[in-house]
Design a protein around this ligand. Structure first.
Ligand code: IFM
Length: 442
């Protein structure tokens, strides 16, 4: 596959992930994941729900692919569920689980939609967690074996791979704040998990590339961090928070070192790890939702206080801040020397959507998408190399610790009937894509 260049057609797409939409957790030999277990623990999920049925995409994928075809997207970002392929995390490949992705990819290609697969969007096989999960180096090795199996089985049609989705969330929300599976609360554990995730990324990238001429990248959740005032102490606080939210993964990937923000907390680096982790990416996926504004504080791990969003906020209380995306894209262009294409692999918003008379009107989301797409186009005009934009999400789904209480979709899902109802943002995005295609063709 030729390496993408700046003139390659821009992808407009939509994104989802396995545990958030598939359901069918007991079907065709899928093993349990850390999220199946986490959801069973009282108090972890605010509405007490889980992903066992979710959007039933496992059975309804033809309808979902038809929605994408109708929307006019040229790419779909989904994740492969590791426990479907390896119910115990490693060992014998479960062909029945693999067959689902075989069918999905065929349906996408038939609809002229390019599949972009993420290999890990947080659903670690429970069996691996029971042996220590991401705190163990062996999990990174198992991840590489799984990645090789995916590329070996699907690589004749699947060319685009993201190793990890938002490893910052897996490491810090899963192991420091404990709001996500596995629910640990320990800084040393988070730092260890982060390193093993990055090692897993590096080994999986190698393994996928050994299987064919594939494009392999990683997806990070990044946020532009601004100081609340010009005071030097607030600027220093912003730098610390930036090192935590962005630098903790960008620095080892782009520079081969970790930021020095956690004092003596040990990082389980072995000889050669950082060299592997720093090997060039084929693309960098950027998940962007909001900017971050901080001031200095006397307390807390980073001695910073996060300021609440001002102005327009989404249902998550995240401030609508497209300027943060513009600044981020230009910054990443500089940090990568303009040599790596950036893909906005997620961008979107939750709003209080209601189905009224068979319709869902979501002007807030339309506005959100519009201003962020404008920011992307402006950044491109100003020199950022961006290869695509994926709206999060194709449809409402299981929003992790928020259960089904937050709707991010451009398609409404009536969970009682599994009926899909395209929202007005879907119609808006459809018109936007068609218009961009017209402009490109001129
Ligand atoms: O739903 C999540 C997704 O799984 C990862 N990125 C952020 C989204 C919205 O919170």
């Amino acid at each position: 596959m030729p390496a993408p260049n700046r003139n390659a057609p821009f992808h407009f797409g939509v994104a989802t992930s396995s545990y958030q939409i598939e359901g069918a957790v007991h079907q065709d030999g899928r093993g349990p994941s850390i999220w199946d277990r986490f959801c069973q623990e009282p108090g972890r999920i605010i509405d007490g729900s889980d992903g066992s049925v979710a959007c039933d995409h496992y059975h309804r994928y033809p309808e979902d692919v038809a929605l994408m075809r109708e929307l006019g997207v040229s790419a779909y970002r989904f994740s492969v569920a590791w426990p479907r392929l390896f119910p115990e995390g490693r060992g014998k490949l479960n062909r029945a689980g693999l067959a689902f992705y075989d069918r999905l990819i065929d349906a996408l290609l038939e609809a002229q939609i390019t599949p972009f697969a993420t290999l890990y969007h947080w659903d670690l096989p429970l069996a691996l967690q029971e042996r220590g999960g991401w705190l163990r180096r062996e999990t990174a090795l198992a991840f590489a074996d799984y990645a090789a199996a995916v590329a070996g089985a699907l690589g004749d049609r699947l060319r685009w791979y993201s190793t990890l989705n938002e490893p910052w969330v897996s490491a810090f929300v899963g192991h420091l704040t404990g709001e996500h599976a596995p629910g640990t609360q320990n800084l040393a554990a988070a730092v260890s998990a982060a390193h093993h995730l990055l090692l897993g990324h590096a080994l999986a990238k190698q393994a996928v590339k050994a299987q064919g001429d594939h494009q392999v990248g990683i997806v990070l959740n990044l946020s532009t961090v601004y100081p609340g005032t010009e005071r030097p102490e607030d600027q220093a606080a912003a730098q610390r928070v930036d090192a935590y939210h962005n630098g903790w993964f960008l620095d080892p990937l782009l520079r081969g070192s970790y930021p020095k923000i956690f004092g003596e907390t040990p990082i389980p680096i072995q000889d050669g790890d950082l060299e592997e982790i720093q090997k060039p990416l084929d693309f960098l996926g950027v998940n962007y939702y909001r900017k971050t504004v901080v001031t200095a504080s006397e307390s807390g791990l980073l001695r910073a206080r996060y300021l609440p969003g001002v102005g327009e906020v989404t249902q998550m209380n995240w401030e609508v801040s497209p300027e943060g995306l513009y600044d981020l894209l230009l910054r990443l262009g500089q940090e990568t020397g303009g040599k790596i294409p950036l893909y906005i692999t997620e961008n979107g918003a939750a709003y209080h959507d209601e189905l009224v008379g068979g319709r869902v009107d979501d002007p807030g989301r339309v506005h959100f998408l519009q201003v962020h797409l404008d920011a992307v186009q402006r950044a491109r005009r100003d020199g950022a190399w961006v290869g695509g934009y994926f709206a999060w999400s194709l449809m409402d789904n299981f929003e992790w610790a928020y259960g089904y209480s937050r709707r991010f979709g451009i398609v409404y899902v009536d969970y009682a009937t599994q009926k899909r109802v395209p929202k007005s943002s879907y119609a808006w995005y459809q018109r936007y894509i068609a218009e961009q295609r017209r402009l490109e063709a001129r």
